[in-house]
Design a protein around this ligand. Structure first.
Ligand code: FAD
Length: 382
């Protein structure tokens, strides 16, 4: 057991740090102010193969592991969670193809996604189906060689700019008439309508959309797996990507802690740095303990995913819930250490606080993570 990053992980961390310093660090505040997708940063991520990390080598990726995704995501999130979503969103939107695609489907979609030529979205959530995935209503009806898709998807990251979407629908079994959750790779075209752009409190440099799917045609050859495999695929994707949400939270918590430590050294009260006060020291120590614990649980979960551990799903949920709850505590404490300055835009901790909140919600709320964890402990029948 080795708690040091090996040579390759260290090199990855340093190379991502360099790109982040050059392209993201100075822009994070501005992105939060103006919103929208930073295309130039996406290009820099594509050029530097950061975007290629989650894709297998044979399809133009770097063949990155879940652990590598976490290391890279943490580094980007230290500067901007919105920008980290460029990487994690591409991973989320394409993972179903990597996991369940045929060779032909992988050849058709993955190289362009790995190079950043195309962007992906993940279309699961609906107005009445968030936590309860099985109750989704979007239907895909066979018409010749196509499915015709009708329904509404909500809160879809990059639904406006994505070229393809791994889309979860209900297909109808022609014999039994039973409706089954299935996963299609939808390509942007007539019937893919962006009906709303959400106005959010945070991660403003990433777009969140409502999509009205009005007779969108998807070729039958774009079905991933078999009809009825959709629920399993959706969960397999989240097992992988929830560790990246933990890494987003970790990056922001580390950055908030670093900011608080520096402030405690430099900010004077009565002529002395506030870091001399034991009350502040207690806070910093708690923040450090929590951040370290979150790093351990997150990297452990990613490592277990990479090793196909039978409990990987439980570990991913543990990491996602623990690290994202921790981030809210640590970033909140950082604001407290900074006092009135923490509540202003002069320091990045207020942005981190707004950005971190969503991580307790998306990719399954932390209540749902706890249900996943408990059911995995209790076994069948719960
Ligand atoms: C910024 C943003 C980006 C997103 N991006 C995407 C995306 O790209 N693709 C996508 O498909 N979705 C996306 N989502 C949707 C997100 O995954 C859902 O919001 C999330 O899964 C929760 O679903 P919901 O909002 O419908 O909450 P609901 O299911 O309505 O839950 C409401 C509350 O009830 C609680 N609750 C529900 N069921 C239970 C239960 N059984 N036990 C205890 N508590 C329960 C929840 O924890 C929550 O607190 C995004 C959301 C946001 C905010």
């Amino acid at each position: 057991m080795d708690f040091e990053l090996d040579k390759d992980l260290l090199a990855l961390k340093e190379s991502v740090q360099k790109v982040v310093q050059e392209t993201v660090a100075a822009r994070a505040g501005e992105l939060d102010e103006i919103g929208g997708y930073p295309w130039d940063i996406k290009e820099a991520f594509a050029e530097n193969k950061i975007l290629a990390i989650p894709f297998p080598k044979e399809y133009g990726g770097t063949g990155g592991t879940a652990l590598q995704m976490c290391i890279a995501t943490e580094e980007v999130s230290k500067a901007s969670c919105s920008v980290a979503m460029i990487l994690t969103g591409q991973c989320l939107g394409s993972a179903a193809i990597t996991i369940a695609g045929t060779e032909e489907q992988k050849q058709r979609f993955l190289p362009d996604l790995a190079s950043g030529k195309t962007l992906a979205a993940y279309g699961l959530t609906e107005p009445d189906a968030g936590s309860d995935v099985a109750s989704l209503q979007t239907t895909a009806v066979r018409d010749g060689d196509d499915y015709v898709v009708t329904g509404t998807k909500r809160f879809i990251t990059y639904g406006d700019i994505a070229d393809v979407m791994t889309l979860f629908v209900k297909t109808v079994d022609p014999n039994t008439k039973e409706k089954k959750v299935s996963c299609l790779v939808a390509e942007k075209g007539p019937g893919w309508i962006v009906s709303k752009l959400e106005h959010k409190i945070g991660i403003k440099g990433s777009t969140t959309t409502e999509l009205f799917l009005d007779g969108l045609r998807v070729p039958v050859k774009n079905l991933l797996g078999k009809e009825g495999d959709g629920f399993k695929i959706a969960m397999q994707v989240l097992d992988k990507t929830r560790t990246t949400i933990a890494a987003q939270a970790l990056g922001m918590a580390q950055s908030a802690l670093d900011c608080a430590v520096q402030f405690a050294r430099e900010h004077l009260e009565g002529g002395k740095p506030i870091g001399r006060k034991q009350g502040i020291q207690m806070k910093l120590a708690d923040m450090e303990m929590k951040t370290q614990a979150a790093r351990c649980i997150s990297l452990f979960a990613a490592d277990r995913y990479d090793h196909h551990d039978p409990n990987q799903s439980r570990y991913s949920s543990c990491a996602k819930a623990f690290a994202t709850d921790m981030a809210m505590e640590v970033i909140g404490a950082a604001i407290q250490v900074l006092g009135e300055y923490g509540y202003t835009k002069q320091y990045p901790v207020e942005r981190m606080f707004r950005d971190a909140k969503v991580q307790q919600i998306y990719e399954g709320t932390n209540e749902i993570q706890r249900i996943v964890i408990a059911r995995s402990l209790l076994g069948k029948g719960f």
